[in-house]
Design a protein. Sequence first.
Length: 277
Amino acid sequence: MDFNKNLKICVIGCGSIGTEIAFAVCSGRVPNMTVRSIFDIDKARARKLLSILNEDIILSDSITEIINDEKIDLVVECVSPSFVSNNAIEILQSGISMLILSSGALIDKNFYEKVNQACNFKDVQVYIPSGAVGGIDTIKAVKTLLKTVTIVTTKPPKALLGAPGFKEYENSIIDEKFTVFEGSAIEAVKLFPSNLNVSATISIVGIGPERTRVKVIADPNSSDNIHEIYVTSEAGDFMFKFQNKPHKTNKKTSYLAILAAIETLRSISESKLLVGT
């Protein structure tokens, strides 16, 4: 991407996250960046966002239309891991960079390599925000010295609804917290594809999805989404805890994850000075 020009983005997914990101860019919170188009498989939702933005923005009809638009510099994905798996390669091969929020798709080693190859071949970038946690810089810095990484995620039961790993509990009366899942990050992301992008991101920058341990706890007395990260390494041991408020229109999403995506866009548009690893 040419950072000396005004970057034009396409926001894919017009739910809570995509809406907040589009508003941030259109309001000028992200300098040197313009929303050129939006896309959602739910056309009514996309039209609603378009009417609220009140900007000269294209409502794209398909992924094909997006990749054929030579003015788009960056696609912002706010959909799902399955969308990334099915469309990211084609988008990257068209010469468009991506900001991917559904990092769970990249936990598959073969797909991760294909994404890397597409980036190298077309000289484009993939950006993955830190999401609903911090500590990513620390984990990256000690990557070669890591011993163990464990993530404990606690959410209210309603924030886990719809996940395959929570299906057997959806009709149960839950009056005390309990462990829903315990295992590897690769298993966790399969069972909770829209709930545990944090686990995917940390495993990608750390010791890998097979060795990263994940515990998911449902707590009816918690209104927050809580992530605790425990790291042991030859450089020291680290503990991080993030008690996040959910977004007001989507209880499954931590507000911090949206803010992290917006800050990533800001860092892309202001690339002259970078802080952190």
